[in-house]
Design a protein around this ligand. Structure first.
Ligand code: ADE
Length: 424
């Protein structure tokens, strides 16, 4: 492709395309469900004529999703959903090898991040795909004239779904959203096993720390926190969970974790990982209590779980000590290590969730878009969970690809389950 034939783009380095292409193919091996959807989309073209604006982490897995949508007939423009998560080689490969319009640069500043979202909005999408709801929020705030042509949108994350439900509750949401995160084949796997593994991967790549014998404090016992705590324990760490919800705290306790307040845990933790979806989880009061050498990492969508601004203001100095580690010198002589600037450590310091779980998340994205298009005329301006049939079909396809068979109910068992007369 000559430069003139390339789609509109803004990426860091087109010369990385060859490496990106190989890595996209490597991820594809672990995405059999998405592969089958892509094959069907290629034949049926259910997305013909549809412009999609996607604001997602630009990774090898996302590339495979975008290619499936493109094969389904869609014209996709992609921007990053986080300034630090873009894999520049993938962005280059999408532009040069697949003619996808990409606006994403690793390490882009805030202004560029939003300019890239605006470029995606300028594509005038019929469908939006979001990871954190920045694209939806930008359109609702700044480009309301586009709203009437938008058929619907999908949302990938817990954080984004919370934000969009808040919009819907205020009657501010102007088109229907399929909340991919709410599918069982998404959060039970991606949030638990994906975040669990990739967050520890990010911490290890950033620091090369041995988890065994360390005290790891996990803030939040949602699906991400559950996965994180379990995997950290599996690697030999002593795990403390902090929570604000009684039920979840009870569950963590019965799962065998120590539950403490953050104030209490602050004094003993070696590594802190936030996964709450809320702001100010670790702030000035906690910084005062941390042990010398404590490490802070965030795995929540936004970089506001750790109060980095306060850490900046109250430290005597800071130093980039390794690629993804900043050392903060506190005025009492303690040193605190912040990973990946408090942004999601699994994507900033590692490669995000492995392809095998993104396979199911992105199958939900692809089928979610198809569902939005098929049901457009009946949908309200609210946040929907995708139908159980889609969830079950994805689980069936995944098991099938893993060569795992399950039993089926006999007729008698079916009737038994549907009746109330049998008893003691
Ligand atoms: N979110 C978490 N991991 C991801 C990945 N590998 N690709 C895209 N989005 C992600």
């Amino acid at each position: 492709m000559t430069k003139a034939e390339l789609p509109p783009y803004d990426v860091n380095n087109l010369e990385l395309a060859e490496v990106g292409e190989q890595r996209i193919a490597w991820a594809e091996r672990e995405m059999p469900v998405l592969r089958q959807i892509r094959e069907r989309f290629s034949e049926e073209k259910p997305l013909a004529g549809i412009r999609i604006g996607a604001c997602l982490h630009v990774t090898t897995e996302t590339a495979n999703l975008i290619l499936a949508l493109q094969d389904g007939g869609a014209e996709v423009r992609l921007c990053a959903s986080n300034p630090l998560s873009t894999q520049d080689d993938v962005a280059a490969a999408l532009v040069t090898k697949h003619h996808v319009s990409v606006f994403a640069k690793n390490n882009e500043d805030n202004e560029t991040y939003y300019n890239h979202i605006k470029a995606t909005v300028d594509h005038q999408p019929h469908i939006t795909m979001d990871d954190g709801a920045d694209l939806v929020a930008t359109i609702h705030r700044e480009k309301r004239e586009l709203l009437p042509q938008i058929i619907g949108g999908t949302e990938e994350t817990t954080t984004g779904v919370i934000r969009l439900k808040a919009m819907a509750a205020e009657n501010a949401l102007e088109y229907p959203i399929a909340a991919v995160n709410e599918s069982d084949t998404k959060h039970l796997f991606d949030n638990r096993y994906g975040t669990g593994q990739s967050t520890l991967d990010g911490i290890i790549r950033a620091t090369n720390v041995l988890l065994s014998g360390k005290t790891v404090v996990v803030a939040g016992y949602g699906w991400c926190g559950r996965g994180l705590a379990t995997r950290a324990r599996g690697m030999g760490a002593k795990v403390i969970v902090t929570e604000i919800d009684h039920l979840r705290a009870l569950e963590a306790t019965m799962d065998g974790f120590e539950v403490q307040t953050m104030e209490h845990a602050a004094k003993t933790g070696d590594i802190f990982i936030t996964a709450t979806g809320n702001r100010d989880v670790i702030g000035p009061d906690i910084f005062k209590l941390l042990k010398n050498g404590a490490m802070l990492a965030n795995s929540g969508h936004f970089d506001n779980e750790i109060d980095v601004k306060n850490l900046e203001e109250t430290s005597e100095g800071k130093r980039q000590i390794r690629g993804s580690v900043t050392q903060y010198n506190l005025n009492d002589g303690r040193k605190i290590y912040l990973l990946s600037e408090g942004r999601l450590v699994n994507l900033a310091a590692a490669e995000g969730h492995p392809a095998s779980v993104m396979d199911m998340s992105f199958a939900n994205q692809a089928l979610g878009i198809e569902w939005l298009l098929e049901n457009a005329s009946n949908l309200k301006k609210i946040v929907y969970t995708l139908p159980h049939e889609i969830d079950h079909e994805i689980a069936r396809m995944k098991l099938n690809a893993m060569d795992i068979s399950i039993d089926t109910l006999t007729d008698i068992q079916e009737r038994y389950l549907a009746s109330w007369e049998g008893g003691t």
